[in-house]
Design a protein around this ligand. Structure first.
Ligand code: FES
Length: 86
């Protein structure tokens, strides 16, 4: 199962294949994450991230933001270990 690390918080948790990073973080007890729509449109949850993850639903991000590493944890499905600047 992919592992997700929030580097600033110093937390690592497992993310099931059918869970978003946000859902898995909440299930792991991570508190205080910013989010609103949970649908990839409001950008509230945006954070820099790296690692293999699906990005098709990150419609609120421009191609250049995606290239710069911005990701939306509310619609991010890890396909390998990932790290976020959270
Ligand atoms: S919570 Fe709205 S884009 Fe993630």
């Amino acid at each position: 199962m992919p592992k997700v690390t929030f580097s600033r918080a110093g937390i690592t948790f497992e993310c099931p294949p059918d869970s978003t990073v946000l859902e898995a973080a909440q299930a792991a007890g991570v508190q205080g994450l910013p989010y609103s729509c949970q649908g990839g449109t409001c950008r509230t949850c945006a954070a820099k991230g790296s690692g293999e993850m699906e990005t098709e639903e990150m419609l609120a991000l421009t191609p250049s933001e995606l290239r710069e590493g911005w990701r939306l944890p509310c619609v991010a499905f890890p396909r390998g270990d990932c790290q976020f600047e959270l």
